[in-house]
Design a protein around this ligand. Structure first.
Ligand SMILES: *Cc1c(COP(=O)(O)O)cnc(C)c1O
Length: 401
């Protein structure tokens, strides 16, 4: 049996094992944590080999370690990729990947809507190194094509995007990039490989904040990038220089979380859809953003490229900007089960009033460009009962207006 023929549920349990060399697998079922910072050689020939072999996991722990390797094997298989590199955080994965792939004089096409950390890298850091960046509205695939230049080296996409769950047509972007030898990179954090496998649509590199769904328990920070062996090796060589390596203990925790990824995401999908349907019919709510709702403008695209809409939705409150802003704040404060915190993908349902987060650092125009209405609340479903969450929201709505 080939690992690639297995469903995510089975892969999550067994996909960290070495299928080509079964004799190398540890007989201990739980993965061992290798805290060693350094590994000894038996002789100078072995030392030379350790120092020079790419991605050696028993040399010096900034280069990798056996716990991390086991976790990477599983992550690559979940994303249908030949190789994966686990890094210090989602931002560690994004920054290391961009710095490895780009040099001064290159041009990047990315989206107007990105995770805020990514948006800052694209707006400030890359231009400071002489990389040109063009941002486009991701909802129109032709926008990516129109932005291309002779020096375009990379297209960066994120779908669904934060916080309005806008989608990018993966097959369309992959197609126009492939025809011109341009690399494609997709941030798959919101969907997770359970809902969407960008490589199946021709995307080259898939990246995620493992802090969210992959870890799933709000107890670790990590990031991952998956793709062809040669490109991953290049990103790895930059990670050594940048020091964006992951700790062995984090790799262990992530593996432990990954075992239940498909079940967790299945329930979060169902809860988010139930909450979206409930909130869509409430008079206090003007708009619900959730790609698996028939009312979402890109519902057809969601059906084509996602298994389900994911665990995150966002709502805009009714009653105009000023009223809706205050209702949103009162709603978030009135919730008892859902906690008010950044992040998503953990077992706890989390809500954020996005404007409260950004109004100190962004102008109203910048917030509007990022899709952040003052009345918007993002909801990331956890694993509580959907009925309890709905009741909590019903009570909070009554108290907020
Ligand atoms: C959280 C997040 C990141 C950053 O990941 P960290 O692990 O916090 O560094 C990047 N992209 C998306 C879509 C995210 O949600």
């Amino acid at each position: 049996m080939q690992p690639t023929s297995l469903s995510p549920e089975s892969l999550a349990i067994h996909g960290d094992l070495d299928w080509e060399h079964p004799e190398r697998n540890d007989t201990a079922l739980a993965p061992a944590i290798y805290p060693a910072s350094t590994y000894s050689a038996r002789d100078s020939a072995e030392f030379a080999e350790m120092a020079n072999a790419p991605r050696h996991v028993r040399y010096y722990a900034r280069y990798g370690n056996p716990t991390q390797e086991r976790c990477e094997r599983l992550l690559a298989r979940l994303e249908n990729a030949p190789a994966a590199l686990l890094l210090s955080s989602g931002m560690g994965a994004i920054s290391t990947t961009l710095l490895a792939l780009l040099k001064a004089g290159d041009h990047v096409v990315a989206q107007t809507a990105h995770y805020m950390g990514t948006a800052k890298l694209l707006a400030d850091l890359l231009p400071s190194f002489g990389v040109e960046v063009t941002l486009v509205d991701q909802r129109v695939p032709e926008n990516f094509e129109r932005a291309l230049k002779p020096n375009t080296r990379l297209i960066v996409a994120e779908t669904p995007s934060n916080p309005t769950l806008a989608l990018t047509d993966l097959a369309a972007v992959a197609g126009l990039a492939r025809a011109r030898n341009i690399l494609t990179l997709v941030d798959n954090t919101f969907a997770s490989p359970v809902n969407q496998k960008p490589r199946d649509f021709g995307i080259d590199l898939v990246l995620a904040s493992a802090t969210k769904y992959l870890g799933g328990h709000s107890d670790l920070i990590a990031g991952v990038v998956c793709g062809e062996e040669k490109i991953i090796e290049n990103i790895w060589s930059r990670s050594i220089a940048l020091g964006t390596n992951v700790s062995p203990f984090t790799a262990f925790l992530l593996l432990r979380g990954l075992r239940t990824l498909p079940m967790r995401v299945a329930q979060q999908n169902a809860t988010a859809l139930a909450l979206a349907r409930f909130l869509e019919h409430r008079p206090e709510i003007a708009r619900v953003h959730y790609p698996e709702l028939e009312s979402h403008p890109q519902y057809a695209l969601c059906q084509r490229q996602m298994q389900h809409g994911g665990g995150v939705l966002s709502v805009e409150f009714a009653g105009g900007v000023e009223n809706g802003y205050h209702t949103a704040k009162r709603f978030v404060a009135a919730l008892k089960l859902a906690r008010h915190a950044v992040s998503l993908g953990g077992v706890e349902t989390l809500v954020v009033h996005a404007a409260s987060m950004w109004e100190a650092s962004l102008t109203p125009e910048q917030m509007q460009a990022a899709g952040i209405s003052p009345t918007l609340v993002r909801i990331a479903a956890g694993l509580e009962s959907a009925a309890d969450l709905r009741a909590d929201m019903e009570t909070a709505l009554g108290e907020a207006v």
